[in-house]
Design a protein around this ligand. Structure first.
Ligand code: AMP
Length: 199
């Protein structure tokens, strides 16, 4: 099962991708987590990406493609995976098709939430991290969120048309409680698979 999660920052992609990965027993592949790990380790990719990420802009495709292609090639991803935060542009979606090398995606899950709720969630996440004594993400602040939302609307949102045209898109109301959203996503994946099976 090969799934993609789409949605603006704060929509709950990471949370829901984790829940689905447990239910479906396939790994969650988050390019944001991979890039943050590269920054923390101080690798060449990390050094290049750190400032761009802190500003809320998209990291250049070659760097992202390098980390994701390597991860998809790992043995645990052979049975499938949930892509969380990739692709984020139509160009990346085209590159993904090449990386998949003839394997097809089963479903693209779009999480929809209104913008005011997003800011509330992101600032809540930053507060929670502080309260837990954890590091706050460098891009979990109002300035970077503006850039991240712009990047989403201008560069990522067009992907919904790309995947709708391929019959893969399922949209779920992500303003609902976490477990309701998870249940709707599981249902969407199931329905989509039945339809895929019919072709
Ligand atoms: P996320 O954890 O998905 O919110 O991603 C955090 C940041 O990592 C984004 O704001 C981008 O700077 C960078 N990033 C993650 N995934 C991608 C991607 N597919 N393409 C470009 N930049 C990305």
């Amino acid at each position: 099962m090969r799934l993609v999660m789409l949605g603006p920052p704060g929509a709950g992609k990471g949370t829901q991708a984790f829940e689905l990965s447990q239910i479906l027993a396939i790994p969650q592949l988050s390019t944001g987590d991979m890039l943050r790990a590269a920054v923390a380790e101080g690798t060449a990719v990390g050094r290049h990406a750190a400032e761009i990420m802190a500003q809320g802009d998209l990291v250049p495709d070659p760097l992202v493609l390098e980390v994701i292609a390597e991860r998809i090639a790992q043995p645990d991803a052979r049975r499938g995976f949930i892509l969380d935060g990739f692709p984020r542009t139509v160009g990346q979606a085209e590159s993904l098709d090449k990386i998949l090398n003839g394997h097809k995606l089963n479903c693209v899950l779009e999480l929809k939430v209104d913008e005011r709720q997003l800011l509330h969630r992101i600032l809540g996440r930053a507060k929670q991290a502080l309260a837990n004594g954890e590091a706050v993400r460098t891009d979990d602040n109002e300035d970077a969120l503006g850039a991240r939302l712009m990047a989403y609307v201008n560069q990522t949102k067009p992907l919904t048309d790309y995947y709708r045209a391929r019959g893969l898109l399922r949209t779920v109301d992500a303003s609902l409680p976490i477990d309701r959203v998870t249940a709707e996503l599981v249902e969407a994946v199931r329905e989509q698979n039945i339809e895929v099976g019919r072709h």
